[in-house]
Design a protein around this ligand. Sequence first.
Ligand SMILES: [Fe+2]
Ligand SMILES: [Fe+2]
Length: 253
Amino acid sequence: MFTRYDSFVVLAESLQWDETTIDFAPDQGAWPALDESENGQVLGLIAGFCIAESAVSGHLDSFQAAASDDSVAACFRAQARDEHRHARFFDRVAAEVAAVPGADIAARLDVLRTLVSPELVTLFEERLPATALRLAEDHGGLTAAVGLYHMVLEGVVLLAGQNAMLDTLGHLSVGLPGVRRGVELVLRDERWHIGFGTRLVQGAGLGRDEVEALLVLGQAAAGAWGDLVSPAAAERAVRIHRNRLRGVDMKFF
Ligand SMILES: [Fe+2]
Ligand SMILES: [Fe+2]
C-alpha cells in the first residue's frame, strides 16, 4: 500500500548527491582573501553546521526503532543517509577549505566548539542525545522527539543558520562556490526532513500545552547562533515555526 509517507522516500531518492564530487579548488584559493570579519562569520557558521550535522546524524536509530510503521521507519532511514552526507560535507569544508586543524573529525570538532555559543553546543550535544536516549527507552515519546529534532533543531536553528550562510556567501568579497553549492544541496534535503517531521507532529493530535511548549522551545533555540545570525533572520525562522505549528491545530492560534 502506498502511504502518505512513501512520497518522502521517493523524493529523497531523487535528491541524492555526492559530497565528494564538489570541487573546492576555487574555495581553497579564495579563503585566505576573506577579511577578518568575513572569516569569523563564515567559520562560525561552518563550525555550527559541523557540530549540528555530526550530532543529528548520530541519533536517528532510536527514531527509526520508535516508528509506528515501516513507511515512517523508511523515512528516518532515508533521512539518516542524508544527515551522514551533510556531516561529511561540512567536515570536508572545515578540513579542506577552512583548514581547521585536527587529524580527524573528532579533533576538528574540538576546535570548532570554541567558535560557537555554548547554547548551540548544548542543544545538539546534550539536549538531542538526552531526547534520543529517552526515546530509545520509551517509544511513546516519538512525537515530542520529532518536535525537538525536526521542528526546532532543523526547522528553526539549522534553517536560520543555512539562510544566514547563503546570505553571507552572497556578500563576501570573494566567492566560495563549492561551499555555496553544498549548502544549497543540504538545504534542499532539509526541506523534506522538516516537511516529514512536521507531518508526523501534525498527525499526532498534540494538546495545547505541547504545541505551546514547542513554540517556546523554538523561540529560545532561535537565539542559539548568537551574533552569527541576525535577530531579523532568527525572528523569521520563529515566524515560519509558528506557521508550521498553526497547521498542528488551528484552534490554538
Ligand atoms: Fe542535515
Ligand atoms: Fe536534516
